[in-house]
Design a protein around this ligand. Sequence first.
Ligand code: MLT
Length: 262
Amino acid sequence: MKKTVGGLSVLLEGNQKKKAMIFIHGFPYDHTMWQAQIEAFSEDFYCVAYDVKGLGSSCVGDGQFTMESFVDDLEMLLRELQLESPIVCGFSMGGYIALRAMERMEEKFSALILCDTTSKADSNERKLERADVIRRINAQGLNIFTKSFVTNCYGEWYKKEHKEALKKRIAKSTSFNSIGVKGSIFAMLSRTDTTEYLEKIAVPTLLLCGEHDTITPPSVMREMAKQIKNATFTLISKSGHMSVIENPTEANHAIKTFLATF
Ligand code: MLT
């Protein structure tokens, strides 16, 4: 079932009485990136997957977003949907949101799943690259940017074997509102570093990373896992940055195994 909650477009699947799992997508994507996970987990969990503001079908408003406003939206969703101690699962930008949400209100969650993400804030170099992307989107529109950015997220094997699926992802991202896309870029480049909080995370945590992820590489996520007390790290084979799409069988197996431990 689809619903709009406080400007967020939300997909709700499964039985509301079951434990909730809340899925937060990456950039420049929307909730549809979680299709394989929602199919796999909606029998045993109440799956909530929403579009982050500015992306997908959620409202764009004035396009002025920060990581704080993204966490405010998540908090609003927990309140409005009355989700009690959900498991939060964040991919890349969604992981930035989940990590900052942990720092702000860990007591509201029962477990954390981080996919292909990092606790580090953007380096100066990365901030400048993002500023250049905003400049290029202003000059050329979204087309050229989404084609190269989205393509770069996938590993070589997927790019060769799933040309049509990749084309569809690029087309979807290109259809987003450029004001919302630029707003999300700004929220990412201005986010704080959550690394210091890692050692304070008390909830069970799973970290997944595609073996060929060059955006948030396995070495970075292994390091994060070492700092979190109750953490499991799983490397997803045959996958670039988009592990949950590129190898859903392994990613879902890792999530299922993790969920069975508590
Ligand atoms: C994402 O997948 O969400 C982005 O690659 C994150 C980023 O650009 O930092």
